[in-house]
Design a protein around this ligand. Structure first.
Ligand SMILES: Nc1ncnc2c1ncn2[C@@H]1O[C@H](COP(=O)(O)OP(=O)(O)OP(=O)(O)O)[C@@H](O)[C@H]1O
Ligand SMILES: [Mg+2]
Length: 473
């Protein structure tokens, strides 16, 4: 068993990454100094064995089932053991899936970095696998492993984006989209499971004596770990509007304003950071289109519409049936990796688990309407492809100075966007071509969705629907 010299990460940086804004002030813990994580060497056998285990869909209800914090000792241990029972297999599936990419693609230093991150995380989990966490001391150590996991994978998206752009000669855009869609959906779940235990740990009392923490406070009312049971979408929209407006003003010198209507007081239970991510991406797109088409005087309209309860057929697809959470929505079935190895393993698709959502599950549809000219029919076919973007620095300057040029998706622009300040596109209005597909992955993860309706020459309506948690005892 190897020891790993790596500073412990239970500190503000990772808390910022994984905890709801309102809950952050309560999350204080003093980590043991010079702590090392135990690791075990990961063998090919370990990966094959764990990757052969089926993955099951996760619901928000699974994440809140340990009770409201502060959790007592048995509840906290149950949460740790639940987390432990799920994660090793999930990591092994990702490793297997990366290994199934064409060799020249996995050899790219950025993609291979992601592969080694997964091997590292599995090596920190293996010493815990197949045992039960029964003491608070072990729970604290396990929480350190979770902190390391969250931190290790925090900038995966920009690293993968760069890797796939560099390797684009060797893998088709369709295959990249197929791989990323599965991989990033699976990543959403893995992070959420780890973050949920971390947040429950920090907002609970039992480890107080073990960690000598003196200032653990009550969690803000309504939070169960990273889930806010009183999440008000309008508040998130206002917060995202402020962030996106700043970026827009810096880039273009103007900012369109946002009007919120519908039912701004509506609340439901969901993961605020997910909603924040999606709304930020949708507002960035709406702001950019509005300004680039010279319509910044026209407001962007955001309508908050609660989904009617007890009625089937209120999902975004208007398909007439309540949406179920499927394994494919959560990237659990490795369809993409099988496509590279040409192995037909239909048994795992057939055994796909589906969790129906109760009709009474509350939820919301948020419509974001802009007058930014819409999306051309030729581009519309590609908006869900990872890396598809019409963003182009030169073209933006040309548009703003009054001359026109044609729009087209380009790998180089995305590479420039990653290389630019911010590195991951976080501080730019557009450029990676990840906003819509990744936003949809977040929405679909728990049974919601995103639908885009473009009136070419006029504007765009985007419908984001999200389902909350049903009854919470
Ligand atoms: N509201 C909108 N109005 C007009 N075009 C849009 C709108 N939303 C998306 N698009 C088009 O869809 C493309 C893909 O959008 P997406 O958000 O996935 O990527 P991006 O905005 O180019 O880059 P990123 O979001 O990763 O920074 C955009 O480049 C743009 O051409
Ligand atoms: Mg975007």
């Amino acid at each position: 068993m190897a020891q790993l010299q790596r500073p412990l990460i239970i500190q503000s940086q990772f808390i910022r990454l994984c905890c709801p804004r309102n809950a952050r002030k309560t999350l204080t813990i003093t980590p043991p100094r010079h702590c090392k994580l135990h690791t075990s060497t990961v063998t090919d056998n370990d990966i094959a064995r764990l990757a052969s285990l089926p993955l099951h869909p996760l619901t928000l209800a699974d994440l809140v089932k340990h009770g409201r914090p502060p959790l007592n000792t048995p509840q906290l241990l149950t949460s740790a053991n639940f987390t432990l029972s799920i994660l090793p297999a999930r990591l092994a599936h990702r490793i297997q899936s990366l290994r199934n990419l064409p060799f020249i693609v996995v050899s790219n230093p950025h993609i291979s970095k992601i592969h080694s991150n997964y091997i590292h995380s599995l090596s920190t989990l293996l010493p815990w696998a197949e045992r039960e966490i029964t003491t608070l001391e072990d729970e604290v150590k396990f929480t350190e492993v979770m902190a390391d996991l969250v931190q290790t994978h925090s900038n995966t998206i920009s690293v993968l984006a760069r890797g796939f752009l560099e390797a684009r000669k060797y893998i088709s855009p369709k295959d990249v989209t197929r791989f990323l869609d599965e991989h990033l959906r699976a990543r959403i779940g893995t992070r959420l499971i780890a973050e949920q235990h971390l947040a429950l740990h920090f907002s609970s009392q039992p480890h107080h004596d073990v960690t000598h923490t003196h200032d653990v406070e009550e969690p803000p009312s309504g939070f169960i770990g990273v889930i806010d049971t009183k999440l008000r979408p309008a508040k998130i929209v206002q917060h995202c509007e402020a962030v996106v407006s700043e970026i827009c003003e810096l880039k273009y010198g103007v900012r369109p304003h946002v009007v919120i209507n519908g039912e701004p007081e509506y609340t439901f239970a969901h993961v605020p950071v997910h909603l924040e991510y999606i709304i930020t991406e949708l507002l960035k797109n709406a702001f950019r289109a509005t300004v680039e088409s010279g319509m910044e005087r026209e407001p962007i309209e955001v309508t908050i519409a609660p989904l009617p309860e007890e009625q089937p057929g209120n999902n975004v697809d208007n398909g007439g049936e309540a949406k179920a959470i499927k394994n494919v929505d959560q990237g659990n079935v490795d369809v993409a990796s099988r496509s590279f190895t040409h192995k037909d393993d239909s048994s795992s698709i057939a055994s796909e688990q589906i969790r129906p959502l109760a009709h009474s599950t509350p939820g919301v549809t948020i419509r974001i309407r802009d007058r930014g000219g819409g999306i051309s029919p030729e581009n519309y076919a590609h908006i869900w492809d990872y890396s598809f973007t019409t963003f182009n620095e030169d073209q933006v300057s040309a548009t703003l100075s009054g001359s026109s040029s044609s729009k087209s998706g380009s790998g180089m622009d995305a590479l420039n966007a990653i290389s630019g300040p911010g590195g991951d596109g976080a501080n730019s209005l557009a450029g990676l071509g990840y906003g819509l597909p990744l936003g949809r992955a977040y929405a679909e993860y728990f049974g919601g969705g995103i639908a885009v309706q473009s009136l070419w020459g006029w504007g765009t309506d985007v419908y984001l629907s999200l389902k909350g948690v049903g009854k919470i005892d």
